[in-house]
Design a protein around this ligand. Structure first.
Ligand code: PLP
Length: 372
């Protein structure tokens, strides 16, 4: 099997992640809810994971990171903390667009036909009533890594929130929050950080006013019927997914050991090679082919006149895992012109893929194009 669906969820998980899961199943009590050894083990594991995530993003105070179910949960919390008008982009995922639409009072900045977002355009779209800019760090359709630093700095200068969706970038693209003044960062655990599904986190900067998103038990202040308003308990109502968090702990450590720049370099080299081979195949269109842009390992294509599902199904029959369709990013397809085509076929590589695997996939794509 050749797995190229890492933008959906990473596979395989490193063996240290599997070991961490097994250890958690054997040793995990309820974190922060008891003094016995299993509960203490769980509490320490949760703390260690918070500290690993803090190291990943260069955050000084790990308590500013709360665990969530996934990036979607984190992004809903982020939107809940927004005030005024929200500015977002046409390249964003439904986990940004739908919470914005539910809340109302938001505006979209469109990308160009390559899915490229101009920082200048976003900054100049900020209006007097804008309270937050919320955008993805990297597109889950084209793979473009967006230039966020000037946008974050402009938001900080105006005193409005800059919220970053790092679902596709965490573990793949370096983000140093000492340099990039993002106010809220949302991550998912099961993609580039190699944890299990059901894990995620939200970082909230110390100056951001917070209020609970959900209320419930925290193991603290039991007689106060108001949910705590400090991090991380504010966003951790109920028992967290400690088993999953233990895998995230190992996944983040794995990423830090590999080195994000090494991961980036490998993914970028693989994507360039893949793209270079794809352009040679008549009838294949590659989306997001902007020169001067940086990309993750995500690459979207179509074959002339064919529904994306046909190629994805053909590849699935050869045990090659990719994803076809709209990838939960509806406006991205208006932007790059693939809405009426049924979306794209998305290949998402990570640093564990190989040139040999790409060669096999290319040969099947050629075969598919020839058969038609
Ligand atoms: C850009 C982007 N944001 C948010 C999400 C949501 O992540 P999750 O499904 O883990 O909540 C995804 C998932 O594919 C994504 O690609």
């Amino acid at each position: 099997m050749i797995y190229m669906d890492n933008a959906a969820t990473s596979y395989p998980k490193p063996s240290v992640v599997l070991d961490a899961l097994w250890e958690a199943v054997e040793r995990c009590g309820n974190p922060g809810r008891g003094a016995h050894s299993l509960s203490v083990w769980a509490g320490e594991k949760v703390l260690e994971t918070r500290e690993n995530i803090a190291r990943l993003f260069h955050v000084q105070d790990a308590s500013r990171i709360a665990f969530t179910q996934n990036a979607t949960h984190a992004l809903n919390i982020a939107v809940h903390l927004c005030y005024g008008e929200i500015l977002t982009t046409s390249m964003d995922h439904n986990s940004v667009l739908r919470p914005c639409a539910k809340r109302g009072y938001y505006r979209i900045v469109s990308g160009d036909y390559n899915g490229h977002l101009s920082p200048d355009q976003i900054v100049s779209a900020i209006g007097d009533m804008t309270g937050a800019v919320i955008m993805t760090h990297a597109s889950n359709v084209t793979g473009e890594i967006y230039e966020i630093e000037p946008i974050a700095k402009a938001c900080r200068k105006r005193g409005i929130l800059f919220i970053l969706d790092c679902a596709q970038s965490a573990g793949t693209v370096d983000l140093n929050l000492e340099k990039v003044p993002a106010d809220i960062v949302c991550i998912t655990g099961h993609k580039g950080l190699f944890g299990l599904q059901g894990t995620g986190a939200v970082y909230v900067a110390p100056h951001v006013p917070i209020s609970p998103f959900m209320s419930g038990g925290t193991g603290t202040n039991t007689f106060d019927l108001t949910h705590p308003n400090q991090m991380p308990e504010c966003f951790e109502a109920g028992t967290v997914n400690t088993h999953g968090i233990a895998t995230l702990c190992a996944g983040v450590e794995y990423v830090l050991d590999c080195g994000i720049s090494a991961i980036r370099k490998k993914e970028s080299a693989l994507r360039s090679y893949f793209q270079q081979e794809l352009v040679k195949i008549p009838g294949v269109t590659i989306y997001g082919d902007g020169s001067n842009c940086a990309y993750t390992g995500v690459l979207s294509i179509n074959v002339l006149g064919k529904d994306p599902g046909m190629l994805a199904n053909y590849l699935a029959s050869k045990e090659i895992c990719v994803r076809a369709g709209f990838h939960c990013a509806p406006l991205a397809h208006d932007t790059i012109g693939t809405k009426s085509l049924g979306g794209t076929v998305r290949f998402s590589l990570n640093h564990l893929n190989t040139v040999d695997e790409i060669d096999v996939v290319i040969s099947y794509i050629k075969e598919f194009c020839k058969n038609l």
